[in-house]
Ligand binder design. Structure first.
Ligand SMILES: [Zn+2]
Length: 304
């Protein structure tokens, strides 16, 4: 059984009425999976990460200011969420979920997280709805495990994984790959180990060929022992923040391609859902569901 990591707190964040972040999507994905017959026993709840566990990897002053609500106004605006105790609890639980999914992927071969992908989180600041970089923290945690000498972070969110790239610079055991829109946030890009910027209007065929070639090159060049996959769906044609023209079938094909390639290479994969922005939550949930359709494979056969 492939573990699914979820906590109801993911959707429990009070935001201003017209805030663009679709916070309800996480509970929406959980509810759809349950409706489609996935048993409650397949879901595992993370416990919030203790801020002390982050301090070795990120700026202790930043983590402390975020946790205590003493970040300045500009730092909070850059993150994009109003500060609250709820935001701290949610953030620390969500980050713990990605770390947990990483550990579970080593045991089970694959694990899927119903949030995650905070790739705009830097050492001493957050940006673009990302506060604590879960991908980087999970990578560091996995590199402490026996048999994991090298880790690939494969980021297919439409926005460049700038925080991850910067954090992992100089760490030759973490290989960062980002396939993203060349003319999209963040406008000042960082340097990943492998960056693949794609133009506005990118369509399924071009995109899928690129994902296949890039993943193949990354695995061949770096020879990782495990993969963290950011399956952002803001590549979708209906997304409010992406500028690609990828269909739902294209999203499903991408996610299948990643899992199949990693299976052939014998690599455990922990996947996070990443970004996805549509005001129509059921439509957005439908697009995110492709990761579970691909990742659960035969377990998900009943779902159409
Ligand atoms: Zn994104």
């Amino acid at each position: 059984m492939i573990p699914l990591v979820f906590h109801p707190i993911y959707s429990q964040l009070d935001l201003p009425e017209r805030h663009r972040f679709p916070i309800q999507k996480y509970q929406g994905i959980y509810d759809r999976l349950r409706q489609e017959g996935i048993g409650s026993g397949q879901f595992i709840r993370p416990k919030p990460l203790h801020p002390g566990r982050i301090n070795g990897a990120l700026c202790p002053d930043y983590v402390s200011r975020f946790s205590s609500g003493t970040l300045d106004g500009a730092a909070v605006r850059r993150i994009g969420f109003p500060w609250s105790d709820q935001l701290v609890r949610r953030t620390l639980t969500a980050v713990a979920g990605t770390v947990l999914a990483g550990v579970l992927s080593l045991e089970k071969g694959r694990a899927l997280h119903l949030t995650g992908g905070y790739h705009h989180g830097f050492y001493d600041h957050g940006a673009g709805f990302c506060i604590i970089n879960d991908l980087y923290l999970s990578a560091l945690n996995l590199l402490d495990k026996p048999g994991i000498g090298r880790l690939l972070i494969f980021d297919c969110d439409v926005h460049q994984g700038d925080g991850t790239a910067r954090l992992a610079t100089g760490n030759d055991r973490i290989f960062t790959v980002s396939i993203h829109g060349e003319k999209n946030f963040p406008f000042r890009k960082q340097v990943s180990d492998l960056d693949v910027p794609l133009p506005k209007g990118t369509r399924d065929d071009q995109y899928l060929a690129c994902v296949e070639a890039t993943l193949s090159a990354a695995v061949d060049r770096f020879r990782p022992d495990a993969v963290i996959y950011d399956a952002g769906v803001d590549i979708h044609i209906d997304d409010d923040l992406g500028h690609f023209d990828i269909t739902s079938d294209g999203v499903l094909a991408r996610d299948r391609l990643v899992f199949e390639h990693c299976d052939r290479a014998g690599l455990p994969v922990s996947a996070v859902i990443g970004g996805g922005y549509q005001r129509n939550i059921p439509a957005l949930v439908d697009v995110h569901l492709n990761l579970f359709r691909a990742g659960l494979g035969a377990e998900f056969d009943g779902l159409q």
